[in-house]
Design a protein around this ligand. Structure first.
Ligand code: CO
Length: 163
C-alpha cells in the first residue's frame, strides 16, 4: 500500500496561529484526512500531529508516543494532575527544542474515528504529546513557552540589553 504524505506547515506560516474549528461528525472525508495525518506523522518520525500542521484548521490530532496510535477529534482536556518539565520538539519547528512544563497526567474527552464519544486518561509522554497537539488547535506553539528574554531574541533577531 502506498503511503499518503502531506506537506508539513512550518513556522511562521500564519495557519499555525489560527484556531481550528470543531467537527460536527467524522465522515469519509475526515477518515481519509486522519489516515493521511497518521502516515505523515510516522514518515516524519513525529509522536504527534495536529491538522493545522498540514494546513487544515479542523480539531483533529493523532498521537503515538510508543503506547499505540490515538486518533482524536474535538479533543478537550477535562482534568490535569501533576507537573513535569521536559524538552519538546515540533515538526513545524525543525531542529528546535523548548523546555516545557506540562501536566503529568490528563483526562481527555474526544470523538474517535468511529464517531464514538470517549473519555480516557493518559500520563507521561503520551499525555505530553496530547497537550502539545491540542495547543496546535488553539494556535499555541512551543515558542510561546520560551522565557521572555528568548522570545525577544527570536522576534527581533538582535540582542537587547537590560538597564
Ligand atoms: Co507541534
Amino acid at each position: 500500500m502506498s503511503v499518503a504524505l502531506l506537506e508539513i506547515t512550518i513556522y511562521p506560516n500564519p495557519i499555525l496561529r489560527s484556531k481550528s474549528k470543531k467537527l460536527e461528525a467524522v465522515g469519509d472525508e475526515e477518515t481519509k484526512l486522519i489516515n493521511y495525518m497518521v502516515d505523515t506523522m510516522y514518515t516524519n518520525k513525529g509522536i504527534g500531529l495536529a491538522a493545522p500542521q498540514i494546513g487544515i484548521l479542523k480539531r483533529i490530532i493523532v498521537v503515538d508516543a510508543g503506547e499505540g496510535l490515538l486518533k482524536m477529534v474535538n479533543p478537550q482536556i477535562i482534568s490535569k494532575v501533576g507537573q513535569s518539565l521536559l524538552e519538546e520538539g515540533c515538526l513545524s519547528f525543525p531542529g528546535k527544542l523548548v523546555e516545557i512544563q506540562r501536566a503529568e497526567e490528563v483526562a481527555v474527552s474526544f470523538t474517535d474515528d468511529k464517531n464514538k464519544n470517549c473519555i480516557a486518561s493518559f500520563k507521561g509522554l503520551t499525555a505530553r504529546a496530547i497537550q502539545h497537539e491540542i495547543d496546535h488547535l488553539n494556535g499555541r506553539l512551543i515558542i510561546d513557552y520560551l522565557p521572555w528574554y528568548k522570545k525577544v531574541f527570536l522576534k527581533r533577531g538582535e540582542t537587547k540589553c537590560l538597564q
